[in-house]
Each structure stands twice: as structure tokens, then as C-alpha cells.
Design a protein around this ligand. Sequence first.
Ligand code: HSE
Length: 319
Amino acid sequence: MANESSTPLGAGGKGVQVYAPATVANLVCGFDVLGMALQQPQDIMTMRLREQPGIVIQHSDGYQLPVEPEKNVAGASLLALMDEWKEKVGFEIIIDKRIKPGSGLGSSAASSAGAVVGANHLLGNPFSNEDLVRFAMNGEKVASGVKHADNIAPCIYGGVTLIRSIFPLDIVQLTAPPMYVTVVHPQIEVRTSDARQILRKEVQLKAAIKQWGNIAGLVAGFMKNDYDLIGRSLEDVIIEPVRSILIPGFDEVKKKSKDAGALGGGISGSGPSIFMMSREEYVAKGVEEVMIDVYTRLGIEFKTYVTMINYSGAKCMAL
Ligand code: HSE
């Protein structure tokens, strides 16, 4: 696909601004099958239709991300969408990433999902949300080598989503009661591909039984607005014990956050961010204090967010 522009960016046709939220994949026990959208942070993308076919990508953030469509997560997702769109079409896209790449907060998913949500809006919404997830998974493949939808689906649908299957795609939107989410992003690098590589390929039956009990408990807890059940089910006996060694301060943050009243939490996606869920805002803010204290003492730079579940997913505003 061409990557040249004969009209300057921003001077093209019909435009849209897309707000694509951060997401927490796995939700502790649901590796690759559960995900949740957050109100903050969000990427902002400005997209326009072009008269010439092709995709032109520009970044207005400081990250040195590739702009060739095939190597860019938004570009790869748009290419998949354009493959199924019968007419010739072109897009320009300016990406302002507010979700730091490699944070474990679904940064690549926000770009991938945001791009196809924006393109769909510009084309008059011909594609379903399920189609958009399918297109955006191509961006995840570029980012981590694997097609997974546990960040993409909540980013597009909003709220909490269960990915019962990706081939064929089967997404279930779950209801969830209002909850505060406290996030700490220690500024260390954990690559998703590395965090997947270190996982054991086999699971003990005893551990599997615990894990599927927790996944079922968590889903039931969300659907029944049962905060205690949600808290009890936020337990991961398979992935967390392996991955948490990559995150300094993890055990201390988790223990002290629960002591401060959090329902529970764990690694956000493949890390290094850690998220904790709370029923009340004052508890969520107390958990933030815990996180600040731990990482200040460890001398590791960090960023925190106190936010809530985002029930609407990626949103478009016509320009
Ligand atoms: N489910 C994926 C993983 C999410 O944990 O590897 C990556 O963001």
C-alpha cells in the first residue's frame, strides 16, 4: 500500500477524531479470554478519508513507532479492513499516543481498534463490532506475533468482555457494577512476546481446576454485581507466579493494596502495569498512595491512574 501523500495531512476529506481507551487484559485469572476498558488513559487519533487510495500515518507523540502501514499496528488493521471493502479508499491518520507502548495497558490495541473504529465511521458504519475486532487483531499480530482479542474487544465494545473463542470469533459482553481501578505503571520494559515466552506450556490439572473456578466466579461476580465474589475470584495460580518476577514490587503492592481495602487485582495484561479494583473511590485513592510509596522507596519511576470502567469503548467525534 502506498505511503505517499500528495495533499498535506489534515487537509483531506471527511474527518473524525477517535478516542481509544486503555484496557486491562486477562483480568488476573482469564489469560487471553477476559478484558476490561478503562476511562483513562486514552489515545487520540485524527482520521480523514483521502481521494487517493493508500494509508498515510503520522505520529504526533514522541514515540518512534513505524509509519509504514504493514509495520504499524493501526496500518495493519486498516489494511485488513480495506481488503474486505469493495471500493478503493484511502485514509490518513494522525496518532497521538497517550497510552505508553509496552505498558501492559493495551497500547497497541488502542491504535489498532481506534483505527478501524474511525475508518468504519468514515465509511458510514458498514462493519459490525465483531468485524472490527477481526480486523484489529492483525495489529496485535504485528505487535506481539499473536492474534489475541482480550484488549481489542473491550476497547471496541467497552466494559468487560469475554472472548470465548477467537477462531471463530465469539465475544460475550458482560455487565459489571461500577468499580474504581487504580493502576501503577512502573517505567520498566516488559515485552509481551517475552512475557509469553517464559510461560510454561503445560498446566497441572489441580491448577487448571482452581483457575476455571476463578474465571467462572469472576464472570458470575460481574453479572450478579457481587463485589465479594469478584474479589475472591481475582486469583491467578498459573500465569502470575511466573510473570510477577519480572515486576519489582509486585507482591508488596498487591498485599498492601488489599490491606488498604482493594477487592483484588494483579498484572495488567502482560505487565509491567499493576491494576487493583475497589468498590469506593476513597479506597482506590488509598491504593494509589500504597503504589506511590512502594515505587518511591524502590527508586523506580512510575505513573499512576485512578480511573473507572469505561462502558462505551472507542468513541468517534465527527470533525
Ligand atoms: N493476554 C495477553 C497476554 C495480553 O497476557 O499475553 C497482552 O497484552
